[in-house]
Write a protein that binds this ligand. Structure first.
Ligand code: ZN
Length: 143
């Protein structure tokens, strides 16, 4: 056991924690083994925290990967509905799939996807226009 004690560079602890208080008094009892034992305990605790952080990061990565897959599938379906490039919608001049030419309407829209994603919006836009023009017609009528 010739390794140097490493208490000073260990991970920070809440100053009021019992372990921090033990660390603060380490070596003051005249027995250097106390400091070594506390140092080993702190190293073990740090390892546990690292494992917990890795587990948390892995779970977060899996969650983000699932979300990206869902969004990619949705983008592909919407691009099909619009007849656009599924990679960039024609917004990337260096797109390997379309070279930036895949704007909506550049390809034949998928009829089912068009009915699902575009037609409801078209119907809504028409209804809003009708209502707006009728309202404008009412206000413009001579009294
Ligand atoms: Zn593209």
């Amino acid at each position: 056991m010739d390794e140097p004690l490493n208490i000073a560079s260990a991970a920070p602890l809440p100053p009021d924690s019992p372990f921090a208080q033990l660390l603060g008094s380490a070596g003051t009892d005249g027995d250097p083994r106390t400091a070594m034992i506390l140092n080993c305990l702190q190293q073990a605790m740090r390892g546990t925290n690292t494992e917990n952080e890795l587990t948390t990061l892995r779970a977060r990565l899996e969650s983000l990967t699932r979300a990206a897959g869902i969004l990619r599938d949705r983008m592909v379906a919407l691009a099909a509905a619009l007849g656009a490039c599924p990679r960039c919608m024609g917004e990337n001049p260096s797109c390997p799939a379309c070279g930036g030419d895949g704007i909506p309407g550049a390809r034949r829209p998928d009829p089912e996807a068009f009915d699902r994603y575009v037609m409801p919006a078209v119907r809504r836009a028409r209804a809003v226009r009708r209502a707006t023009s009728m309202q404008a017609g009412l206000t413009e009528e001579p009294s």
